[in-house]
Design a protein around this ligand. Structure first.
Ligand code: ATP
Ligand code: MG
Ligand code: MG
Ligand code: MG
Length: 476
């Protein structure tokens, strides 16, 4: 079943059950706590908190999401993309636990020819918060699940919050057993690779005043109404229904891998390390396309830095596969071709999008070879001297002169078994900022207008480094 067809079925199922279909919000959403939208509920937050009155009691959407926190997982697990689409259904003070479980269960287990997704009910496992006996009883009543396939978990896994003050509540997650060839028996509690999480049902019922950790927070008050917020990973469902091994092999993503294989002459499936690179390329190219499509441009701060890092990592991964020519002009159109069915606006805007992406690759290419030489030399010297840490000085030079995002240097160092003096690097970045500030001050009153620069600085923080570490907000 095509990804677009799963999306269509999801929306149709909930529309038939009285939900208003709401288009995806852009990835850039006006929320000071978030760099990018990372869950389907984000655009509805004011409704959940009772700050605004929703024009509907029930809504459904397929929301574009970016989770930079998952970047290291990409290509290594079967299930983490930096960009993905979250199918969601939402109840604003209307149905609660029972309705949410009924609607989810019927969609996943109804036969394909009856409009459902046709999952075998015997392969479904769920988790509930240990204290939520109500949810356990409902899963038994509504779905007929045996107790063994309903696992209790603690706050860390089964209490949902935004990582910052806001709405929260217990949740119940739905997993599909991929089969014994993927790991030991024992449900999601035992193995999250064999048992794949596809859907999170959040029973949103309270407002949190402080969130110190996922499982350490203060409840301010019950919400004015009890709500439902769910998120189903479209790509995860697609990979299961398409009989694939992971989310990078689905119809919307795999053609980029195929193209990269053709370009590099390497075969996908022949070597584990190369396969991870192929998957990183396919993921990052798609995320780049979607981010630029929503107005992000590469830069050294905040959102622009995330985009820069994704594009540069994709380009470098192509090099590691042995392809040295400009890669994005070959790969980006392939991704566009797959994504335009659900996002036709990408095609209309592709002249601009591709220009932004190709210019970024060119900027990187012009220094990549030289920077890699400098890195290799420094790594070699570090090792010969018996040290295990690349100096902050070198990391700074690579960043400043060769445009290597610090994460790229960290990654290259790790490949050589080295660490990086990050503190030293940060110190040098801070010095450079101070110099830039002093320069700007000296120029004040002459021709340079730094107002805009300072506004950006205030809004996003001064360095790419800080921008990256502020990305701590992740929903579960
Ligand atoms: P995981 O434990 O696998 O990292 P999660 O618990 O962080 O997932 P949720 O925050 O519960 O995920 O998000 C709701 C759903 O969105 C998940 O059940 C999953 O299907 C999907 N999802 C979450 N993160 C990703 C991702 N990085 N790539 C693709 N799908 C994702
Ligand atoms: Mg989850
Ligand atoms: Mg999870
Ligand atoms: Mg996660």
């Amino acid at each position: 079943m095509d990804t677009a067809e799963i999306r269509r079925r999801f929306l149709a199922h909930f529309e038939a059950a009285g939900h208003t279909v709401v288009p995806s919000a852009p990835l850039l959403f006006d929320d000071p706590n978030l760099l990018f939208v990372n869950a389907g509920m984000v655009p509805f937050k004011p409704y959940f908190l009772g700050q605004e009155t929703p024009p509907f009691d029930r809504a459904t959407s397929v929301q574009k999401c970016v989770r930079t926190l998952d970047i290291e997982e990409v290509g290594k697990t079967t299930r983490h993309g930096t960009f993905f689409q979250m199918n969601g259904n939402f109840s604003f003070g209307d149905y609660f636990k029972e309705g949410a479980i009924e609607l989810a269960w019927s969609l996943i287990t109804n036969p394909v020819d009856a409009g459902g997704l046709g999952f075998d009910p015997d392969r479904i496992w769920v988790t509930v918060l240990h204290s939520d006996t109500e949810a356990r009883e409902l899963w038994k009543k509504v779905a007929g699940l045996p107790d063994e396939r309903i696992q209790n978990r603690g706050l860390l896994d089964n209490y949902w919050n935004m990582g910052v003050p806001g709405p929260g509540g217990p949740c119940s997650e739905i997993y599909v057993d991929r089969g014994p060839q993927y790991g030991p028996d024992g449900g999601p509690e035992a193995d999250e690779d064999r048992f794949l999480e596809i859907w999170n049902l959040v029973f949103m019922q309270e407002e949190l005043s402080a969130v110190r950790a996922k499982d350490d927070f203060d409840v301010l008050a019950p919400l004015p109404k009890k709500n439902i917020d769910t998120g189903m990973g479209l790509e995860r469902v697609a990979y299961l229904l398409q009989g694939k091994e992971n989310m990078y092999e689905i119809d919307e993503v795999f053609p980029v891998i195929a193209k990269a294989a053709e370009m590099s002459g390497k075969r996908y499936g022949a070597d584990h390390v190369d396969d991870v690179r192929f998957r990183v390329i396919a993921d990052h190219v798609r995320s780049g396309l979607m981010l630029i499509g929503d107005g992000v441009t590469p830069g050294n701060e905040a959102r622009g830095y995330v985009l820069r890092r994704l594009l540069r990592r994709a380009v470098r991964s192509m090099r590691l596969l042995g392809y040295e020519g400009p890669a994005l002009p070959e790969l980006l159109p392939v991704s566009l071709d797959k994504m335009k069915r659900s996002y036709p606006e990408l095609e209309a805007d592709f002249a601009r999008i591709s220009q932004v992406a190709y210019a970024e690759e060119e900027a990187f290419r012009s220094t990549l070879a030289k920077g890699t030489q400098v890195f290799d030399l420094a790594a070699g010297e570090t090792k010969t001297s018996g040290a295990t840490q690349l100096s902050g000085d070198k990391a700074f030079q690579l960043h400043d002169t060769y445009g290597f995002p610090i994460d790229l240097t960290l990654e290259m160092a790790a490949e050589q078994g080295l660490s990086v003096d990050e503190e030293g690097f940060r110190g040098l970045m801070a010095e450079q900022r101070a110099r830039a500030k002093a320069d700007a001050k000296a120029k004040k009153g002459s021709h340079a207008d730094t107002t805009l620069y300072r506004q950006t600085l205030d809004a996003h923080g001064p360095t790419d480094w800080q921008a990256y570490t502020t990305l701590t907000t992740e929903s579960r």
